[in-house]
Design a binder for this molecule. Structure first.
Ligand code: NAP
Length: 308
């Protein structure tokens, strides 16, 4: 099968299209013929060696942890059958999804939403699961609360705005002026341009912040949260002592895998309540260009690698 691998850490040029044997399927797993793999910033962070301190990776490795495709073969204990259309986010501890065939566990997958193109379903799992986990498992967001979502036009932010709005929250998003109408269209009540406006001077007393930028944006976010409120960063380390001094819960969110939640996301998509924005598509062989685009930090919604 064809797959993208890297044999050493480095810039996007280390990504190579190779012919390698297909993976072996576990008894409770399936072999998926991939229609598309989603591209996420974590893919190039791992490729660049930025995650080495956090986790050991065996090289060469296949990057990418989002997929959508058709089950080609199933182990005897698998919850899916050959021919079913599935999507999901695979465990980042092993080879990824930039490949024609991927071995996945049953608990990583769900039946793909039927109302959108199967390839587009690959743009959903990692970003939408992260948004869900951050908003509801970490921030404990409830109806009537206000939430500030940084990078509201990005992969995670686009889903977070919609999910927070669906939960009945008042949503404030940050992005550049070019993405203002897009973020309002996702359901944000207020949009702040991070280039020309200072969110920290405009906002105070918000119930929750979802930070997907880190650095100075995270540092300036503590001050806008009300006492008793919460702040989660998916992009940077948080300052627990500062949170304690201000009387706010602060947490760093970690990646999560859940086929069951992917099923919930598919139901929201098929119910017309959640949509995905795919702003760029690349052939598998052009994965390096997809990484270069993601590394600009300027992508609206998601990037896909399509297999056909
Ligand atoms: N810990 C986890 O579980 C987890 C999971 C997923 C992602 N992440 C991390 O979270 C971060 C975001 O991921 P993503 O997939 O959403 O990224 P992304 O799709 O690449 O985000 C791009 C978006 O960020 C916006 N942006 C850039 N700088 C900004 C700023 N200063 N203020 C507001 N918006 C800004 C851009 O909007 P404009 O072009 O309009 O400026 C663009 O639309 C990454 O660092 C990623 O690695 C962590």
């Amino acid at each position: 099968m064809k797959a993208i691998r890297f044999h050493e850490y480095g810039d996007a040029s280390v990504l190579r299209l190779e012919d390698i044997p297909p993976p072996v399927v576990a008894p409770d797993g399936v072999l998926v013929r991939v229609h598309a793999a989603g591209v996420n910033p974590i893919d190039w962070k791992v490729r660049a060696g930025m995650m080495r301190a956090v986790r050991h990776y065996d090289l060469p490795m296949i990057p990418g942890w989002d997929l959508a495709g058709i089950v080609e073969a199933a182990g005897p204990l698998a919850r899916f059958r050959p021919g079913q259309a599935v999507f999901g986010r695979t465990d980042g501890a092993r080879d990824g999804t930039y490949a024609e065939l991927v071995a996945a566990r049953s608990d990583e997958l769900a039946i793909a939403p039927g109302s959108i193109d199967l390839a587009d379903a690959a743009s959903v799992p990692l970003a939408a699961l992260t948004a869900w986990m951050a908003l509801f498992d970490k921030l404990m967001l409830t109806a009537g609360q206000s939430v500030l979502i940084h990078a509201a036009s990005g992969g995670v932010g686009s889903f977070a705005v919609q999910l927070a709005r669906l939960a009945g929250a008042r949503v404030i998003g940050t992005c550049s002026a070019a993405n203002r109408d897009y973020v309002l269209g996702l359901g944000a009540d207020q949009v702040i341009d991070h280039r020309s406006e200072d969110f920290a001077a405009i906002l105070s007393g918000v119930d929750a912040v979802l930070d997907a930028v880190g650095g100075d944006v995270l540092a300036r976010s503590y001050g806008v949260v009300r006492r008793g409120g919460a702040l989660v960063s998916i992009a940077d380390a948080v300052d627990e002592a500062r949170g304690q001094a201000l009387g706010i819960r602060v947490q760093r969110a970690a990646l999560g895998v859940s086929g069951a939640r992917c099923a919930d996301l598919a139901a929201l998509i098929d119910g017309g309540k959640l949509r995905t924005e795919v702003s760029a598509r690349f052939a598998l062989a052009d994965a390096a260009d997809a990484h270069r685009l993601s590394e600009t930090g300027r992508v609206r919604g998601k990037i896909l690698l399509t297999m056909q």
